[in-house]
Design a protein around this ligand. Structure first.
Ligand code: UDP
Length: 319
């Protein structure tokens, strides 16, 4: 039997989950990736099939979930995570955040595993304080289109703290702000894949509203480093991980047009319901508790990501 620490990664074939599989294998862990593939894609982990210590299980974590043998850590990343995905899959989004999290916490309790759950800046909703600190409770519309995601993640945090307090399960909660990088789906509807896909195909770039709403984009490698540090820390309160470099969506669209050398023009479309007007993490806690801050600036991160999108648009096999 192997002495390597063993980690279960739910949503392991997704954008973030697949990068976590890579990182934990590199750190010498045994990795079990679990995914039902409703938004994940086996192409994201196909390079890991046959790698020593890696296993993939096709499973929907809203059902009873079990892993053979010992389990040291769980990273719960299964969920539709882009506004388009959770608008298309509202019930599945609620189920995986609520019932899926319940199953995962039950498994953690059974195995004595430490569990890190992927929460989101969406718990702050359309925030009334800026930048967002972890002690802000948020401004969420429970019955709007985003409510299925936001409330599922808020329930997820409540359930996680209940297992922590009542059952003594070791839990970690990360609140993930907008993240980007290779393996984002071109059709997931998020701002960057939408803009990059449109720019590379020479189509109009669709900015929603007047583009004055802001976001703060973190490169995936920085996020993964934050997750790794949080998992191994002894801090059980929520931690924001994101890049505080804030930009308006219109400026972001212009940046993508420039970096792709595209002739596309920007057009404006209606702003979706409850679209947050601002978003930027306060990362004081991450700095103090984890010694973490982002290292990759947007120009460098976008260059790598746009290379990936080019391979997708032009049909070149991905790395
Ligand atoms: N957005 C846009 N055009 C698009 C897709 C998104 O202007 O084709 C805007 C969206 O309305 C939001 C911002 O870009 O204000 C970021 O959207 P995303 O879907 O990436 O994530 P969010 O931060 O809203 O969850």
């Amino acid at each position: 039997m192997s002495n390597k620490p063993k980690v279960l990664i739910t949503g392991g074939a997704g954008f973030l989950g697949s990068h976590l599989c890579d990182r934990f294998l590199k750190e010498g862990y045994e990795v079990v990736a679990m995914d039902n593939l409703i938004t994940g894609n086996l192409a994201n982990i196909s390079h890991l099939f046959g790698v020593d210590g890696f296993t993939y299980v096709k499973h929907d974590v809203t059902n009873y979930t079990f892993v053979e043998g010992r389990l040291d850590y769980i990273l719960h990343f299964a969920s539709p995570a882009s506004p388009i995905d959770y608008l298309k899959l509202p019930i599945q989004t609620l189920k995986v955040g609520a019932m899926g999290t319940h199953k995962i916490l039950g498994l953690a309790k059974e195995k004595g595993a430490r569990v890190l759950i992927a929460s989101t800046s969406e718990v702050y909703g359309d925030p009334l304080i800026h930048p967002q600190t972890e002690d802000y409770w948020g401004n969420v519309n429970p019955i709007g289109y985003r409510g299925v995601y936001d409330e599922a993640k808020r329930f997820m945090e409540a359930m996680t703290m209940a297992y922590n307090r009542y059952h003594g399960v070791e839990t970690r909660i990360i609140r993930i702000f907008n993240t980007y990088g290779p393996r984002m789906r071109l059709d997931d509807g998020r701002a960057l894949p939408a803009f990059a896909g449109q720019a590379l195909r020479g189509e109009d770039i669709t900015v929603f509203g007047d583009g004055s709403q802001t976001r703060s984009f973190c490169y995936v490698d920085d996020l993964v480093e934050g997750i790794y540090r949080l998992l191994l820390s002894d801090y059980d309160q929520p931690v924001n991980i994101g890049n505080p470099a804030e930009i308006s969506i219109l400026e972001f669209a212009e940046e993508v047009v420039r970096l792709t050398d595209s002739g596309s023009k920007i057009i404006f479309k209606d702003l979706p319901q409850d679209d947050p007007k601002v978003r930027k993490p306060d990362i004081t806690v991450a700095k103090e508790v984890l010694g973490w801050e982002p290292k990759v600036d947007r120009k460098e991160g976008l260059a790598k990501t746009i290379e990936y999108f080019k391979s997708q648009v032009h049909g070149v096999p991905q790395v």
